[in-house]
Design a protein around this ligand. Structure first.
Ligand SMILES: C[S@@+](CC[C@H](N)C(=O)[O-])C[C@H]1O[C@@H](n2cnc3c(N)ncnc32)[C@H](O)[C@@H]1O
Length: 301
């Protein structure tokens, strides 16, 4: 019977020959998935025997990986902001940089909640996650607020997506994390038609890849829905429409947190100046120092 180490080595060799960036990590994750254990168990037990069933599964999914399919889609899971989300081809695989959006939004929500005159305010604090995909931002926020013991009826989170399939996945994730009572779902083009009150916070990770760059995206990205990535000719077409809708949908004291591409820092400031005169736009950088999140507020004038 073969061992975990031998199978990992086979995978590393196969993926390295194809130029993959993280062949060992990928091979370990795939073998752990095939056996049904944590990756750490594979790493720590190199001489453990692997049965023929698990070996066959591993070799089959290794070929899927070799064809470019993302590890997250093969495993059906992606870790995001400390939770494990179910992922499949219905929605984008959440990216680590989006965790920064969650952190910024969470800080804003806690600041605004604390500043409220009473925790027993008549209306709940309202958050919209526009372009929710797998539900990553909305669900990570709901889980984080529950951890901070914020009552479910004090903060309402609306998760919106134009894709009904993505929204189904987001719903499944919300139920899976026990926050189905904290998050509502709506299929809509940006904001739901006839939405009653403005939102206190808007979080949005919308498509921002330029259309002409779509064809040269790395192979794993081609497994993801184009609608989740294609941001039009300049990459900012969907975001520009969101900006146009903010005056109506964002509360007077609200803030919008919009994820952007690492090369779009100057472009978003210019766009906000053009579309939302008098508003402020601060561009927050990620841990690598790259512009990643635009924070928009109405000016004080
Ligand atoms: C980059 S993905 C982000 C998904 C998720 N927020 C995340 O961070 O993993 C963009 C999402 O926006 C959705 N989307 C694209 N255009 C939209 C629109 N006009 N209105 C609402 N959602 C839209 C896509 O279906 C996709 O789920």
């Amino acid at each position: 019977m073969t061992t975990t180490k031998a199978l990992v080595d086979t995978g590393v060799e196969r993926l390295r020959a194809l130029g993959f960036e993280t062949p060992r990590l990928d091979a370990e994750l795939l073998l752990a998935y095939a056996i049904g254990v944590d990756r750490t168990a594979v790493v720590a037990n190199g001489q453990a025997p692997v049965g023929p069933g698990a070996e066959a599964t591993y070799l089959a999914i290794l070929e899927r990986r070799a064809a470019g399919e993302p590890v997250a889609y093969i495993r059906g899971i992606k870790e995001f902001h400390g939770i494990a989300l179910t992922v499949d081809r219905r929605a984008l695989i959440p990216r680590p940089e989006t965790e920064h959006v969650v952190d910024l939004v969470l800080a804003e929500v806690m600041t605004q909640l604390t500043a409220r005159a009473s925790v027993y305010a008549a209306a709940p604090f309202r958050i919209a996650d526009v372009g929710t995909g797998s539900g990553a931002i909305a669900i990570a926020l709901a889980v984080a607020l529950r951890k901070r013991r914020v009552p479910a009826d004090e903060v309402a989170i609306d998760a919106v997506d134009i894709s009904p399939d993505a929204l189904d996945l987001a719903r499944e994730n919300a139920v899976g994390h026990g926050v189905g009572d904290r998050v509502s779902f709506a299929v809509a083009d940006l904001f739901p038609v006839g939405a009653p009150d403005p939102w206190d916070v808007v979080a949005a990770n919308l498509p921002y890849v330029r259309s002409d760059a779509m064809a040269s995206l790395p192979t794993p990205t081609t497994f993801e829905p184009a609608q989740a990535l294609d941001g039009g000719p300049d990459g900012l077409a969907v975001i520009a429409r969101l900006l146009d809708m903010l005056p109506r949908h964002l509360a007077a004291t609200g803030a919008a947190f919009v994820e952007i591409g690492a090369d779009q820092g100057e472009a978003i400031v210019a766009l906000v100046g053009e579309r939302l005169p008098g508003w402020t736009c601060a561009v927050e950088t990620d841990l690598a120092g790259l512009p990643r999140t635009a924070v928009l507020r109405r000016g004080s004038a």
